[in-house]
Write a protein that binds this ligand. Structure first.
Ligand code: UGA
Length: 437
């Protein structure tokens, strides 16, 4: 199929390359000329495992191109909208200006029978509003097809999704069968492999996406709340998670207590959900998500407090090594990153903060040039305390004896509960985990 993908960020760039990998002819469109130049040269504009390979493979077939000109979408049968919906400044709500602009810019290039497919995460009700506009202006139709990919696994999640959700127009009592057919053609490989597929209306599809992220965020904050209690009584939240996780109704995944969730999705999605529910007069239905957010933000503060406590009450002019700036491993994304937040807060308290990260340094430095950016050894050297906040494999694999020879003081705060306390203590370290004795 001939496909355009509008927006080439973490979602769109991967989607465009993956669709070409699946055999479609794809043009990726973005207003950011530097990003389009990089993608056109086969260089991913961000770190995502597997993306360089599929960009190169698709480039070689000639099926994938990139453009800053929205006119390049003309002639495509399907148009994916994959632009961002960040949190509005000074509000919990999502900023829909990029989605609205993408649709408006696309309208003159749509032909009757085209299918516009929304992938961006939007407040419920957005698709119905856009559908009206698109149908009236162009005779094209709209579907909403939320994306569930995780950064770090985005290529695999796009090519082999665990479910497909199609939100399509209601035609009388039925759902738009033509849109379903077109989407089945796009995702023929996954559909053929029997991937579960939920065909529904716009509003259900929109809600599926935000409720999935709200559930995941709630699961993480639940275990972090247990960590707070465990800290009071000297219990071990990692053992608690293992024990309750053995109950298959609960499950062990997303029960890792620590610095909490960050990134471009979970934090802003739960806030936008609260804002939208309040607009709908149903604020109380998701009021608990405010608590989920508050628990999450308290964990960052807890790490900062532990550093202050272990440095005897003040971090002023003390040397702190922060391991990690990205919101999770296998990503260079520092949006709403707990790790970067901890580093910046400590710097704000007067500490000399040296940070290190395998992939996130450039993005972090652009936002926070006041921090010192070092290699792992450089960050550890002469540190008076070490704080692990993103669980990159190289940090998990740190040898406490070797690290102990680099630092000035052997104190480590394990903000992700990934180190073996006994090994670190045996090497002479003061070890503090999150919700662990
Ligand atoms: C999340 C969802 O997992 C995806 O399904 C969704 O498609 C995506 O948002 C999105 O809306 O685009 P992502 O933001 O890539 O994906 O990251 P996750 O793997 O969900 O991790 C989110 C945060 O939770 C990270 O900061 C991670 O460190 C933290 N986390 C995760 C924990 O603190 N504990 C856990 O047990 C698991």
């Amino acid at each position: 199929m001939k496909i355009s993908v509008i927006g080439c960020g973490y979602l769109g760039a991967v989607h465009a390359a993956a669709m070409a990998e699946l055999g479609h002819e794809v043009v990726g469109i973005d207003v950011d000329a530097a990003r389009i130049a990089q993608l056109s040269a086969g260089e991913p504009p961000f770190f995502e495992p597997g993306l360089p390979e599929i960009l190169a493979a698709a480039g070689a077939t000639g099926r994938l191109s990139f453009s800053t000109d929205i006119g390049a979408a003309a002639g495509c049968a399907l148009h994916f909208i994959a632009v961002g919906t960040p949190q509005l400044r000074g509000s919990y709500a999502a900023d829909l200006s990029f989605v609205d602009a993408a649709v408006e810019d696309l309208l003159p290039h749509l032909a009757e029978g085209d299918l516009v497919v929304g992938k961006s995460t939007v407040p419920v009700g957005t698709a119905a509003r856009l559908a009206e506009r698109i149908e009236a202006a162009s005779g094209a139709t709209l579907a909403w097809n939320p994306e569930f990919l995780r950064e770090g696994y985005a290529v695999k999640d796009t090519i082999e999704p665990d479910r497909l959700v199609y939100g399509v127009r209601r035609v009388g009592d039925a759902l738009d069968a033509r849109a379903v057919g077109l989407l089945d053609e796009v995702y023929a490989r996954a559909v053929g492999a029997g991937v579960p597929r939920v065909v529904t209306d716009y509003q259900t599809a929109e809600l599926v996406k935000v409720s999935a992220n709200a559930f995941l965020a709630t699961k993480i904050s639940f275990i972090n709340a247990m960590a707070e209690i465990a800290e009071e009584v000297g219990a071990d939240v990692t053992q608690l998670a293992d024990a309750i996780g053995h109950d298959s109704r609960i499950g062990r995944r997303f029960l890792n207590a620590g610095a909490g969730f960050g990134g471009g999705c979970l934090p802003k999605d739960i806030r936008a959900f609260v804002a939208r529910a309040e607009e709908l007069g149903r604020g109380e239905s998701v009021a608990f998500l405010k608590e989920v957010d508050a628990i999450n933000l308290r964990r960052r503060q807890r790490i900062v407090d532990l550093v202050v406590e272990h440095l005897g009450g003040s971090v002023h002019r003390r040397r702190v090594a922060v391991l990690g700036v990205t919101f999770k491993p296998y990503s260079d994304d520092v949006r709403d990153s707990p790790a970067l937040d901890v580093a910046v807060q400590l710097r704000g308290l007067g500490a000399k903060v040296a940070v290190t990260d395998p992939q996130g340094m450039a993005n972090a430095r652009a936002r926070h040039p006041q921090l010192k950016y070092r290699g792992l050894e450089g960050a550890l050297r002469e540190a008076e305390i070490v704080v692990l906040v993103t669980e990159w494999p190289e940090f998990r694999a740190l040898d406490p004896v070797v690290a102990g020879q680099l630092v000035a003081e052997r104190i480590i705060i394990d903000g992700r509960n990934v180190l073996e306390p006994a090994a670190w203590r045996a090497a002479g370290w003061v070890y503090r985990g999150m919700g662990r004795p």
